[in-house]
Design a protein around this ligand. Structure first.
Ligand code: NAP
Length: 242
């Protein structure tokens, strides 16, 4: 059995990635922070595809909680090896830097950037030993271009991009690839408060993207066919920024 862990798999892009990986034959570990009902819905969608999965609650920003949950999962699934990790959990707390509160800064950094460390570090050793691994980090156009009102979010995603490139070089010889996908505007709860009608006029394809479209890209990067791609940041933004 091949196992994949998707952080923030309860909703939005993470849910679509869980379904895609299940279709590819992975047994999917669906992480969530607090939304158990939505995580259960993800599991139902996986089951509808004939796939298998289980839920694993932990806050990626909390190193001890994350380590304990992963240890617990490994104890309950002796010999199982998570060979695909998708670091997808993330939040937005937009504000102009002039008004940005310490909590708005640290919450966004703690979940995206520290979350990347908290989850990846404990799972990496097994991938190196087994000489196969796929680590895919969900970043953002904001982390490439920088967006006003998102100094915290741009810093978090930009940090993940730099970490992707560094780690890719550390582990390439062991058959582990590390890549990032950088979505533009994708229709999820995270973007529900944005003025879609206004913003889509800026996008060459004239629409927001679908979570499923991001999942297709992640699915390719998770597959054995992507073995020669590592350290890359692949944009998926309808031509908004290249
Ligand atoms: P979403 O619909 O708001 O879903 C966020 C997911 O992250 C939920 O499953 C949530 O779990 C989980 N999560 C949040 N904090 C967490 C924590 N501390 N520990 C574990 N899980 C946590 O967001 P989305 O739009 O799908 O975004 C997914 C990723 O894509 C994020 O990293 C986001 O930055 C990135 N992204 C999104 C867009 C876009 O346009 N939507 C664009 C670029 C990048 P609960 O359900 O338990 O709360």
């Amino acid at each position: 059995m091949k196992y994949a862990l998707v952080t923030g798999g309860s909703r939005g892009i993470g849910r679509a990635i869980c379904v895609k990986l299940a279709q590819m034959g992975y047994q999917v570990v669906v992480n969530y922070k607090s939304n158990k009902e939505e995580a259960e819905k993800t599991l139902e969608l996986i089951a509808e595809q004939g796939g298998k999965g289980d839920m694993l609650q932990f806050d990626v920003a909390n190193a001890q909680e994350t380590a304990a949950a992963l240890e617990g999962w490994h104890s309950a699934n002796a010999g199982a090896h998570i060979s695909v990790l998708v670091n997808n959990a993330g939040i937005r707390k937009d504000n102009l830097m002039m008004w940005m509160q310490p909590e708005e800064w640290s919450a966004v950094l703690n979940i995206s950037l520290n979350g990347f460390y908290n989850v990846t570090q404990p799972l990496l050793k097994n991938m190196l030993v087994k000489k196969f691994g796929r680590i895919i980090n969900v970043v953002s156009l904001s982390g490439i271009k920088g967006l006003p009102g998102q100094t915290n979010y741009s810093a978090a995603k930009g940090g993940m991009i730099a970490a992707t490139k560094a780690l890719a070089q550390e582990v390439a010889k062991k058959g582990v690839t590390v890549n990032a996908v950088a979505p533009g505007f994708i229709k999820t709860e995270m973007t529900a408060d944005l003025d879609e009608a206004e913003l889509k006029r800026l996008i060459p394809t004239g629409r927001f993207g679908e979570a499923k479209e991001v999942a297709e890209l992640v699915g390719f990067l998770a597959s054995e066919n992507s073995a020669y791609i590592t350290g890359e940041v692949i944009s998926i933004n309808g031509g908004l920024y290249t």
